[in-house]
Design a protein around this ligand. Structure first.
Ligand code: ZN
Ligand code: ZN
Length: 215
């Protein structure tokens, strides 16, 4: 087969050179500093650790091969890339006690452009590969009317909403699971913040958040 990124002959989806490049883009590789509390990679130990502060961790920054692959994936043509991204969440999840995955749902436009919901797909793969349980608790709503809103109103509006309350949350909570929101890219952090607020309001849980790339 051919490497999905560079087109060289390869045994795997990504050839060894592209795999190495992807690894080199990770914070774990680029940052030598580690948080003294949680030991996650930190660019500068003088600044607070985003995981200790807000329960937030990213694989790397939205640059180089990371952003190129994400764009390829989001454009829809490269559904197999979900396997590559799935493996980037695994080491991050391994450091969290009994993670329970909650996918950030794709926007309606994203879904219709691609024909699949990328985070739902990745969560399903993580369940299949590692056995982490996953629950769909959030949904995107009301995007249909957004053309009638001004730009400011659209920016203000969060379309993320809770699905009807799921009784399994209580069971997982009692069993000591850590709730983890999964998204692919974090731009302003507002989607994850909304997701966390909704879960806190609806279920009284404090969720962590993991993403591939931070803009
Ligand atoms: Zn390659
Ligand atoms: Zn930390």
């Amino acid at each position: 087969m051919l490497c999905i990124f560079c087109g060289r002959f390869s045994d795997a989806l990504l050839c060894p050179l592209c795999s190495e490049e992807l690894q080199k883009q990770s914070y774990a590789y680029r940052f030598s500093g580690r948080c003294p509390t949680c030991s996650r990679p930190l660019q500068d130990v003088a600044y607070p650790c985003p995981f200790c502060l807000k329960g937030f961790q990213a694989y790397g920054s939205y640059t180089g091969i990371v952003s190129a692959l994400l764009n390829q994936f989001k454009a829809g043509a490269e559904k197999p890339l979900s396997r590559v991204f799935t493996s980037l969440y695994i080491p991050m999840l391994a450091t969290i006690e009994k993670p329970l995955l909650i996918p950030i749902p794709a926007s309606k436009k994203g879904f219709s452009d691609r024909g699949f919901d990328q985070m739902l797909l990745i969560c399903r793969m993580l369940t299949k590969r590692i056995g982490y349980p996953s629950l769909r608790l959030l949904v995107q709503k009301g995007e249909g009317q957004s053309k009638f809103l001004s730009l400011a109103e659209r920016k203000e509006r969060h379309t993320l909403t809770l699905l009807p309350l799921d009784t399994r949350v209580r069971t997982y909570k009692d069993a000591g699971h850590t709730f983890v929101l999964l998204d692919d890219i974090c731009t302003s952090g507002s989607t994850l913040a909304t997701g966390r607020a909704l879960l806190a309001q609806g279920y009284g849980i404090e969720a962590r958040s993991l993403v591939i790339a931070m803009v």
